[in-house]
Unconditional design. Structure first.
Length: 287
């Protein structure tokens, strides 16, 4: 040990009599070393602003070591860990203690990517939806997957902001595919004129209504196969495909006498057998 009176600096050094540098070992018996703190919480603790940076054991099975902040233990409360075993656990780990987020920033500015408690990931947003959210500015692409639960289903929102002509698929939890985002399949139904809507899907409905017949759709039976189906949303600028179950002729026309909704479609499904008109079951898709 020495002290530089001129620079007011103290030294702890390991030198041989011929001034050859040698290794310096502190607390070889296993004690702790604190720099700026008298109560080190790990083998080495360097006091920061109100919290210490810790290096040493995180309580994980050997051979491991870790770096943490404030406290480490239980093999859970560390920030950066390493495992050099020959097991499947070998590797480097970036870890966040329970209840804390993982932030990726530049120049300590706004979060560019965030992993919040629970595992949701946000890029360009610090409040992501499950499981991944990407906030895109104009002339860029965004991807949003909102939920994987059995009711709301998996969703994705692919959008080119500012380009109203761009093709997109949007699913806001309940798979709503809105007109402004250029959604693809908006609704579909399998219809038996004698029994109404048998199976269906309506992206504009919510919850279980989306897939439980009649899915928010309205079917009105007409004599001689002339029926009306009302989707409940504007279908005037959508592609519509109607096909008979058995390949018989079928026609569909937008608009009908007495229809008040822009979502109504007039469908003629009658076909003739031996001079008699008979209804046929049909499929209808709105894109």
């Amino acid at each position: 040990m020495s002290f530089d009176q001129t620079n007011q600096v103290g030294y702890i050094e390991s030198l041989t009599p011929i001034v050859a540098w040698r290794n310096l070992v502190l607390q070889s018996g296993g004690g702790r070393v604190g720099i700026g703190t008298t109560a080190p919480a790990a083998r080495l603790a360097v006091q920061g602003d109100g919290i210490a940076v810790l290096m040493g054991s995180a309580g994980c099975p050997a051979p491991t070591a870790a770096v943490g902040f404030g406290a480490m233990g239980g093999c859970t409360d560390f920030a950066l860990g390493g495992d050099v075993s020959n097991s499947a656990n070998a590797g480097v780990f970036i870890n966040r203690p329970t209840g804390r987020s993982l932030h990726f920033r530049e120049n300590n500015g706004a979060d560019q990517m965030t992993i919040v408690p629970g595992g949701n990931v946000g890029i360009g947003t610090s409040s992501p939806y499950p499981f991944a959210s990407l906030h895109a500015t104009s002339r860029s692409v965004g991807v949003l997957g909102e939920s994987n639960d059995i009711i709301n289903g998996l969703g994705g929102w692919f959008k080119n902001t500012g380009n109203t002509a761009a093709i997109a698929i949007r699913a806001d939890g309940n798979a709503v595919q809105t007109l402004d985002s250029g959604g693809w399949v908006k609704a579909m139904a399998y219809v038996d004129p004698a029994n109404g809507i048998v199976r269906c899907y309506n992206s504009q409905a919510s919850g279980l209504v989306r897939t439980v017949p009649p899915c928010g759709l309205n079917f009105t039976y007409g004599a001689l196969g002339s029926h009306i189906i009302d989707f409940g949303f504007d279908i005037r600028d959508r592609f519509i495909l109607v096909t008979a179950e058995w390949g018989f002729g079928i026609t569909a026309n937008f608009g009908c006498i007495g229809c008040l909704s822009t979502g109504s479609l007039f469908i003629d499904t009658a076909y003739s057998t031996s001079g008699d008109y008979t209804d046929t079951r049909f499929f209808i898709f709105v894109f």
